[in-house]
Design a protein around this ligand. Sequence first.
Ligand SMILES: [Zn+2]
Length: 131
Amino acid sequence: VRSRKPNEAKRRNSPRVRPNNLCVLCGKIHMPIVKKREIEKLEQMSGEELKRFLDRLPERQQTISKMLDYIEDQLWDSECDDHLKHAMRFMMDNRLDFPKLTSWLNQNGGYCDCKVLEQIAPLWRVKFGDD
Ligand SMILES: [Zn+2]
């Protein structure tokens, strides 16, 4: 059984995106993020505000954590194709609400798999932990 989580060395190397929005893997410039994303405020949230955030999530917190782990694992072995290929795979395998989850990822800067790892996963994990 393959480990669900990448090891430490692997984690230090990711996400594979340069700060100027040029995707290292697909070589394209992804859409710049202009407005403040909800995920950026996550770290400061607590109490009622955090509860509202969780209520508005397109899926359960644990499911989204699993999806982030899954994408990270997949991107380690393959390249980002400038789409949410691995995210979609996870959604299909788990019969998740495709449009809802995709639009949530997009709103938070996750325009493709590697952007999900760059823009969402670190902020998510600061709040909810790494496992
Ligand atoms: Zn990409």
